[in-house]
Structure formats: C-alpha cells, structure tokens
Write a protein that binds this ligand. Structure first.
Ligand SMILES: *Cc1c(COP(=O)(O)O)cnc(C)c1O
Length: 225
C-alpha cells in the first residue's frame, strides 16, 4: 500500500513537472523562473512526506495552527524544505507566521503590515511577502483593492517588510487569463518581480502570462475532503 502511494505521489509530481516544463518552453522562459508551491493544506504528514521523498521541496499551507501541528516534525526530518503561507492571516498570528514560514503570500491590509513589521523586527527574521490583490474586485474575497496596491506597498517598505511580488486568486467560474494578465501588469507597474498565480486548473495559463510561483494542491495530492 505504502509503495503504491509513493509511486502515485511521484507520478503526480512528474506529470505536473512535465506540464510546467512544457508551459515554460512555450513561453520562452527557463524552468528555474517558476517555483512550484505544493499546497498541502488538509493533507497529513505521511502524504506530504511522500511528495518530499519524490523530490518536491516547496510547500504551502493556509492555516497557522494546522502548520504548527504538522510541520515541526517534517522540518526536522527534511531540513531543506521551504514553507509558504497562502491563506488569510489574522494580525494576532503574525508573530507565529513569521516564525513558521519562509514566505507569506497574503499581505493584504495596513493592520497586517503593522503586525508583520513588528513581528519581523522583534524576531529579526525578514520574511519575503507577496501583496495579495483582490483582482476580480470581489466583495467577499481576501486581498487589497487594485487601487490600494501602491499605498500598501509603500507602507510595507516603510515597515521594512521585503515585498517580492503580487498574488491573486481570480474569481471562480470565469476564464482566469485576463486576471493573470492584469496581475502581471500591476506587478510591472509597481516594479515587482514576483507573480504568485495559478492553481491546479490553470497553472499552465498562469506560467504563459508570467507567473513566478504557481500554487498547486489537488493535482499533486488528489482531492481534499
Ligand atoms: C487551496 C489553495 C490553492 C491550491 O488549489 P488547488 O486547486 O487544489 O490546486 C492555491 N492557492 C490558494 C490560496 C489556496 O487556498
């Protein structure tokens, strides 16, 4: 049984890697310009370990508490792993997040800039951040409004937070390409290199449109419960 699991983790990773390589080639980009972030939320340590054994190094979670429960043991076993936060972060968890994660994709409001700046100051750990943008201008969605990106960026820089790019989750059920193109333009206009965009259903499109980080869960781990 364990053997089968290992093979399927390796096979899934190989399939995703092949499609990423293909998209990079089409786009005239190097494979090393795109980081595959394996989104392991809801999946257990054993499943994650199988993907690490298959060669994956960068992972993403969306909850501080779940990460605290799952990752310390994995980190001890696999020292080269890198961990990214891709979910909404409450300001009162900022210090935990700075201690746990190597990158934060969800900086989206002034109060969080304050909390993260303070936490980085206190711990001496400068964690690279993406500003999450509400690219579809959706009411209920995380992310700062498009018009607020320059202001938030300035605040973050004032707080010594290393901002490396922009991140988005386009609206569901619509062709995502125009939203990826818009995030790419916003990043360029603001002089930022990083574009965190693309999930299991659309990461190739995102790579064609400039993604530097694709966040892939289901295609690597199978469906979540
Ligand atoms: C869950 C999640 C993903 C991964 O989604 P899949 O469709 O399973 O690939 C990517 N980004 C964010 C922000 C997520 O919460």
């Amino acid at each position: 049984m364990a053997e089968t699991h290992t093979q399927s983790a390796a096979a899934r990773l190989a399939a995703v890697e092949e499609r990423i390589a293909h998209a990079c080639k089409f786009a005239g980009r190097g494979r090393d310009e795109v980081t595959l972030v394996a989104i392991s939320k809801t999946h257990d340590e054993a499943s994650i370990a199988r993907l690490i054994e298959a060669g994956q190094r960068v992972f993403g979670e969306n909850r501080v508490q779940e990460t605290q429960a799952k990752w310390p043991a994995l980190r001890e076993r696999y020292s080269r792993v890198e961990l990214h936060l891709v979910g909404t972060l409450q300001s009162n968890k900022a210090e935990d997040a700075v201690a746990l994660f190597d990158c934060i994709h969800s900086l989206d409001r002034p109060s969080l800039v304050k909390a993260l700046g303070k936490a980085m100051d206190k711990t001496g750990r400068q964690v690279p951040c993406f500003i999450q943008v509400d690219i579809g201008e959706e009411e209920q969605k995380g992310g700062c409004a498009i018009a607020e990106v320059p202001g938030l960026l300035e605040q973050a820089r004032g707080a010594d937070i290393p901002v490396v790019g922009l991140m988005c989750v386009p609206p569901l059920g619509i062709e995502p390409a125009p939203f990826f193109a818009l995030l790419d333009k916003l990043a360029r206009d603001n002089g930022l290199e990083g574009r965190s965009m693309g999930m299991s259903g659309d990461y190739e499109t995102a790579i064609m449109l400039g993604a530097t980080h694709v966040r892939v869960g289901t295609a690597l781990f199978g469906a979540r419960d």
